[in-house]
Design a protein around this ligand. Structure first.
Ligand code: GLC
Length: 747
């Protein structure tokens, strides 16, 4: 047989295989739908409504058991004792009339027992494979207690560091957020959600929560639908198309309509345009909160609007269990609407395999802290660390004595960060523990000085300064306590809390070299502190193995490679702040800063362009920024063509060389700008990235596919178009570097 025939046969075989697999999946789905039909046909209205009711765990309380037996609870959150899970599941499967299993859910946001860096830190790794591995580990640990549904990934775009929940996000950019979300979803769910060790993922908070006005949590959002579709929705759409099993409503209203009652968002877009058939769960009490929002008159009205808007499960409002039955009999909500909601919930239970395997395997219950899990957490913490500055001091070479000071230098609780409900802090490895384990206590002189991030005790500073005088180098580890970020924990002044800056200044005055390490839940305005230090590493709360990561980087056993997922401001007030801003008609130029303005300066003497008199313009450290112990050189960008049609593709290439002394990783980032549009376009948009490890002197060429269809945007009539015109393209190490190359999209 000649080669051509062989190729034809291989192609035909692959085609057959694809069709066969597709047929099997369709047949399997059809069989599940038939089983769902059969169950729904037997359910009373009360049992249907029970499936739509989610309550927080109460152990094996009589009330909980009674509800389960009567089928008036469909899922339980926050129960993590596998024996209790099995007992409650037994009542559902054995004692309820229709034997429908429960789903047990939990906020497993960045690890279960083995805590990984907070999601903003994971985004700083720009390493989807590593993030996926962390999610897989989290799923295995949580599922070993009976948790089969996590309320993660948070997919909200966060451009305001005042908002405490930026800690749980993947930052300011839709493309990076999408890549991180897809990694987490696959990490949690695997390829088959019915397999043990998997969890249903939950894309949250749907939608636009990160745009909460003035960076204050739960606040209103005003988002033109064009902006919603270009920036806030794309990562959610990607999650839906990737098979994310569930979505969660957001607390905020969007243009006057709370998400939990937003039919346009939940039915027109999520179900209609995206064809999503997973479960939409409310946020905690968010259906009831439509009353204080001023969108509903009472809980019955809220139940009606929530169900009408397609919110399948009511988390902790008790609106559905109290009012849906009456609303159906009043004809305000059709039972067919309830049936569809129940269908989505039962479909999830089938996907999870709960009808066949509802119980926790007690032979493998509570399995945590596998060595490979701890190592993955340490590796992720290293890769999440962003080297903001290094005057050559790092890695520490030949330092005999280290003075280790600062409120986060030995803080097992706070280095884990927000949403670490299942943290066992005694398992956390702090910088103090990791450094003394390697160097010996005699070489690490330790004095926290300030004992918590908000501490203003000047005596503590004096203690730290006193020990610093006997050291070769000072390592100050500061930042934020975990409670200063996360849900409802917003800050207007996003500088280092307490007297940390004063402490750094006093340490600097000793004349010793100073390394500043910051562990925080958000970007901070620390320009002055970075200026004072000889080297600065910024970490979003790094989790269980954060201290191990710090030691490895300080001692040169690991090289930082993190890149900022959110822009770092010069001053707190410089927010919202993001790289992909519009250019305006008067972009910043010829800035005259506040201390340089002459007395009685004329009205127009400081120029009339877009900048702040006190902060100038632009980020202190831009999106995508991060140094290494090594250095990298980017060669010229080349394109496979100078133009393409509106359905075309160009390949952009660039050779990157490690010109330093350390083997290290670099994140090559692809940015594009549409110079002229029928709606003005951002000055840059991330359209690709690749993290590559290079030995000293080694070069690699990265190639990015740039498709015209990925450069489109929505016009005022909400149609997505690709407009011909001139584009700039960069391949660089951050959003503020590189020289653009031009290409055109033609008709
Ligand atoms: C919280 C959060 C949400 C979380 C849910 C369940 O209020 O907004 O992110 O998943 O309640 O704990």
């Amino acid at each position: 047989m000649n080669e051509r025939n062989m190729t034809q046969r291989v192609v035909l075989f692959c085609l057959f295989l694809t069709l066969a697999i597709g047929y099997i999946i369709a047949a399997d789905n059809a069989a599940v739908e038939q089983r769902i039909d059969a169950i729904i046909s037997q359910m009373t209205l009360q049992e249907k409504i029970g499936q739509l009711n989610q309550q927080t765990g109460q152990g094996t309380s009589e009330g909980m058991i009674k509800q389960i037996k009567s089928g008036t609870i469909g899922s339980i959150l926050n129960e993590t004792d596998p024996e209790v899970v099995n007992r409650l599941q037994h009542y559902a499967v054995e004692n309820s009339r229709l034997h429908i299993p429960l789903i047990f859910a939990r906020d497993v946001i960045h690890g279960f027992r083995t805590i990984f860096p907070i999601p903003l830190g994971q985004a700083a790794t720009w390493n989807p494979a590593l993030v996926e591995e962390g999610a897989r580990i989290a799923a295995r640990e949580a599922a070993s207690t009976g948790i089969r549904w996590t309320f993660s990934p948070m997919v909200d775009i966060s451009r305001d560091a005042r908002w405490g929940r930026c800690a749980e996000s993947s930052g300011e950019d839709p493309y990076l957020t999408e890549q991180m979300a897809l990694a987490m979803i696959h990490g949690y769910q695997g390829d088959d959600l019915s397999q043990p060790g998997t969890m249903a993922a939950c894309a949250k908070h749907f939608a636009c929560y990160g745009a909460s006005e003035s960076g204050k949590d739960y606040n209103t959002t005003w988002i033109p639908e064009v902006l919603m579709r270009d920036v806030y929705l794309p990562p959610f759409e990607a999650a839906a198309k990737a098979g994310c099993a569930t979505f969660m409503c957001s607390f905020n209203d969007i243009n006057g309509v709370p998400s939990s009652g937003n039919s346009h968002l939940n039915r027109d877009i999520l179900r209609g345009e995206w064809g999503y058939n997973g479960v939409l769960v409310s946020d905690w009490g968010s259906i009831q909160q439509m009353i204080p929002h001023g969108f509903c008159s009472d809980l019955k009205d809220a139940a009606m609007k929530g169900a009408t808007a397609g919110v399948d499960i009511d988390m902790e409002s008790y609106a559905y269990v109290q009012h849906l039955e009456q609303l159906v009999s009043d004809g305000k909500v059709a039972e067919t609407v309830i049936d569809e909601m129940v269908r989505n919930v039962l479909r999830l239970k089938f996907r999870l395999g709960l009808f066949d395997n509802p119980y926790v395997d007690m032979k493998h219950a509570n399995e945590f802290y596998a060595p490979e899990s701890l190592e993955a957490a340490a590796k992720t913490a290293v890769e999440s660390a962003i080297l903001l500055k290094n005057n050559g001091l790092l890695p520490l070479r030949g330092a005999k004595k280290i003075a280790l000071v600062g409120p986060m230098s030995n803080d097992k609780h706070n280095q884990a960060g927000t949403w670490s409900f299942d943290l066992e802090k005694e398992r956390c490895v702090t910088p103090y523990e990791a450094l003394t384990a390697v160097l010996g206590k005699e070489n690490v002189i330790f004095e926290e000085g300030l004992t918590y991030s908000r501490d203003k005790n000047a005596e503590g500073i004096d203690k730290a300064v006193a020990i610093a005088r006997d050291a070769d180098v000072i390592v100050m580890i500061g930042g934020e306590e975990a409670v200063l970020s996360g849900e409802a924990h917003c800050r207007v002044n996003t500088t280092l809390p307490g007297a940390q800056t004063e402490m750094l200044r006093a340490l600097k005055a000793t004349g010793k070299p100073v390394v500043l390490i910051v562990m925080s839940g958000r970007p901070l305005a620390i320009v002055d502190e970075v200026e004072m230090a000889d080297a600065t590493i910024f970490m979003f709360h790094p989790g269980t193995m954060g201290g191990e990561a710090v030691a490895r980087m300080l001692l040169g056993k690991a090289v930082p490679s993190g890149k900022l997922p959110m822009s770092m401001p010069r001053m707190s007030g410089q927010t919202p702040l993001y790289y992909s801003h519009k250019n305006t008609g008067r972009p910043a130029s010829d800035m005259v800063l506040i201390d340089d303005i002459a007395l009685e300066a004329g009205q127009t003497s400081t120029g009339c362009t877009s900048y702040y008199l006190d902060a100038g313009d632009g980020a202190a450290f831009p999106f995508g920024y991060g140094l290494s112990y090594s250095t990298f050189e980017y060669g010229p960008v080349t394109l496979s063509a100078d133009n393409m049609g509106t359905d075309g593709e160009i390949i952009a290439s660039c050779t990157i060389t490690n010109t330093g002394k350390y083997e290290a990783a670099e994140v090559a980032q692809l940015y594009v700008r549409d110079l002229v549009g029928s709606l003005i376009r951002p000055v840059k948009e991330l359209k690709g990235f690749e993290k590559l490890t290079l030995r000293p002197g080694e070069s690699k060429t990265v190639k990015f596919s740039v498709k015209a269809c990925d450069l489109g945007f929505h016009t005022l009539d909400l149609k997505k178009i690709v407009e011909p015109g001139e584009f700039h393209l960069w391949i660089a190490g951050d959003s503020a570097s590189g020289t653009p190359i031009t290409f055109n999209i033609t008709e």
